[in-house]
Design a binder for this molecule. Structure first.
Ligand code: AMP
Length: 281
C-alpha cells in the first residue's frame, strides 16, 4: 500500500495546458515520448531509453484524428487508458500528458506543413496527408514542451526519418530512433496487432519470417533486388491472402532506392484481414 502510494505520488497526470506549463516551468532537460496509447513493450522500451538519457520523461497519449485518412481506422484504433496509466506508473514516468483534441489544435495560425515530391514515397504515397498531420501535431507538442530529446521507434522508420528532419531543422531538440521490439515469433509489437485474431497473428509471424529471409537474400544480391522482391511479393499475396501496398528496398540515409553502396532496409505495408500493418527489416 505504502509502495503504491509512493508510485502514485511520483507520476504527474496532466490534462490541461495550464497545468502542463506549470509543471514544466523549470524543466530544461525533458525526454519526450509521443504515443497514441495502447502501450506495449515497444513503447516501454522508448520510455526506458528516455529515462536513462534524460533527467525527466514526459509521455503523451493522444490519438490524433487528423492523421487518420480512414475514419473507421480512427474509430477502431485500440484504446486502453486505464492499463496504460498503470504501466506508466509502474515505470515511474514523471509526466503523462493527456490532451483533448481542442487543446492540441488551439493555435490555428500555425503554418501548414507540406511534403515535397521526393518525400511522397512508401506510406506517404498511400496515406494522403498522414505525415503532414503527424508533423503538425509534433510541431505543436514541441512548442508546448520544448523537450531536449524525443524518442521514436524505427518500427515506423519513415515517420522517424521525417520527424527527425523536420524537428532538428526547426528546433534545438534531438530526435533519437530506437530499435524495433519484437515478440518471440519476430512479430513487431504494434497496437494494431490487438485487432488481429489468433489465425491472423500466426499468419503475421509467417509473413514476417519470410520477409526477414527476403532481406537476407537481397543483402547477398542487391543488384537483383527488384526481381527477387517481385517473385516473393506474388508468392506472399497468393499464399497468405494479404494485400500488399508496397514492398520496397530503400537506403536508410535519404530513403532513395539507391541501395548499392549504402545500408538499406526492406519496407512493407500490407493489409491482413483488413488491418493495415507496416514493418521494416
Ligand atoms: P504509436 O503509439 O503507435 O503512435 O507509437 C508511439 C511510438 O512508439 C512511435 O515512435 C513508434 O514508432 C514506437 N513504436 C511502436 N511500436 C514499436 C515497436 N515494436 N518497437 C519500438 N518502438 C515502437
Amino acid at each position: 500500500m505504502f509502495y503504491l502510494l509512493i508510485i502514485l505520488l511520483q507520476m504527474k497526470l496532466i490534462k490541461q495546458i495550464t497545468d502542463l506549463n506549470k509543471a514544466l516551468n523549470d524543466q530544461k532537460k525533458i525526454g519526450f515520448v509521443p504515443t497514441m496509447g495502447n502501450l506495449h513493450k515497444g513503447h516501454q522500451a522508448l520510455i526506458k531509453i528516455s529515462q536513462k538519457k534524460c533527467k525527466k520523461t514526459l509521455v503523451t497519449i493522444f490519438v490524433n484524428p487528423t492523421q487518420f485518412n480512414n475514419k473507421n481506422d480512427y474509430k477502431t484504433y485500440p484504446k486502453s487508458i486505464n492499463s496504460d496509466l498503470k504501466i506508466l506508473k509502474k515505470l515511474k514516468v514523471d509526466y503523462v500528458y493527456l490532451p483533448t483534441v481542442n487543446q492540441v489544435f488551439v493555435d490555428k495560425k500555425l503554418p501548414k506543413i507540406t511534403l515535397n515530391k521526393s518525400q511522397k514515397i512508401l506510406c506517404a504515397k498511400f496515406r494522403e496527408g498522414h505525415f503532414e498531420a503527424v508533423l503538425d501535431v509534433l510541431n505543436r507538442f514541441v512548442k508546448l514542451i520544448s523537450p531536449k530529446s524525443i524518442f521514436m521507434g524505427k518500427k515506423d522508420y519513415q515517420q522517424f526519418f521525417l520527424v527527425k528532419n523536420f524537428i532538428e531543422k526547426n528546433y534545438k531538440t534531438k530526435v533519437y530512433g530506437c530499435k524495433t521490439i519484437r515478440d518471440s515469433n519476430m512479430i513487431a509489437l504494434s497496437s494494431r496487432n490487438n485487432l488481429l485474431n489468433k489465425t491472423s497473428l500466426n499468419t503475421l509471424g509467417l509473413v514476417t519470417n519470410r520477409l526477414i529471409n527476403l532481406k537476407k537474400a537481397i543483402y547477398k544480391n542487391r543488384l537483383k533486388s527488384k526481381k527477387i522482391i517481385h517473385i516473393i511479393q506474388k508468392d506472399l499475396v497468393k499464399k497468405f491472402k494479404i494485400k500488399v501496398e508496397y514492398l520496397e528496398c530503400r537506403n536508410t540515409v535519404d530513403l532513395s532506392t539507391d541501395i548499392n553502396s549504402k545500408s538499406f532496409k526492406l519496407f512493407i505495408a500490407y493489409y491482413l484481414n483488413n488491418v493495415r500493418l507496416i514493418d521494416n527489416f
